[in-house]
Structures are given as structure tokens and as C-alpha cells.
Design a protein. Structure first.
Length: 131
């Protein structure tokens, strides 16, 4: 379980909230690419996950180039694709970083007439190279 403590100020009440629901899980790290071809579309299989409702995938290099895709999830498998045209912003043999943010559906609760939204996310990072 997670426990949030909110220190209130200016109309926001102080409170403690305990979340006992499950956290996002992902067991497919070994299926994520560590080398990415710039000559083909990149299809990223995202499998073996649990309690994930939304995924944001970011692909970037160290030259400030960044691509981002988001998808809603139903079930334990999905995929995200970056086209060859999208990948053309990256340079051959530059370092790549694939980041997946896996979010669970936020929990909204009311405490002393104020609504609070608690979010739980899992971040996965895979470094590699563009070729």
C-alpha cells in the first residue's frame, strides 16, 4: 500500500490517505529494444503488464530530439509504433532512450469537501543506440 500525507494550506485541508489498491506491474523489460533501426518502423510490444490503464512512450536521443506517443490500455498486451518517417529526426549511431510511463487509473476521493486525485505510475527506461 501507498500512503500520501498532504500538508494543507490556504483552503487545502491536511490529510493522510492510504491506497491499498494494486500498483502497475510490468514483466516485459527483456522484450524492449536496445537497438533501434532508423530504416524501418519501430513497433514496441508492451506485454506482461497488470493494472495499467494508460501508457506514454517517449523515444529520445541526447541531441534534444524527442518523440512521444500515448495509448489507453485494455488487457495485458499492447504495442506502440513509431514510423520510419518519425524516426528520421534521430542520427545514425546516436544514443537512444526509450521511456515508458505506465499509469493506473487515478483514484479520486473527497476529503473535507475537497477532491483529491491520487495517481500511481511505473517508469521503465531502456537505453540503447539508433542504427
Amino acid at each position: 500500500p501507498f500512503r500520501w500525507t498532504v500538508k494543507g494550506k490556504k483552503g487545502i485541508p491536511s490529510c493522510t490517505y492510504k491506497d491499498t489498491s494494486s500498483v502497475p506491474l510490468f514483466n516485459g523489460y527483456n522484450l524492449l529494444p536496445d537497438s533501434i533501426s532508423l530504416n524501418n518502423d519501430l513497433n514496441i510490444p508492451i506485454t506482461k503488464m497488470k493494472d495499467v490503464s494508460f501508457i506514454t512512450a517517449t523515444l529520445e536521443d541526447w541531441n534534444n530530439h524527442k518523440l512521444k506517443k500515448e495509448t489507453k490500455v485494455s488487457g495485458s498486451n499492447t504495442s506502440i509504433t513509431f514510423s520510419k518517417q518519425e524516426l528520421s529526426v534521430f542520427k545514425h549511431l546516436s544514443t537512444s532512450r526509450l521511456t515508458l510511463f505506465m499509469d493506473r487509473t487515478p483514484i479520486t476521493t473527497e476529503i473535507e469537501t475537497k477532491k483529491f486525485k491520487f495517481e500511481t505510475s511505473l517508469e521503465i527506461i531502456r537505453d540503447g543506440v539508433f542504427y
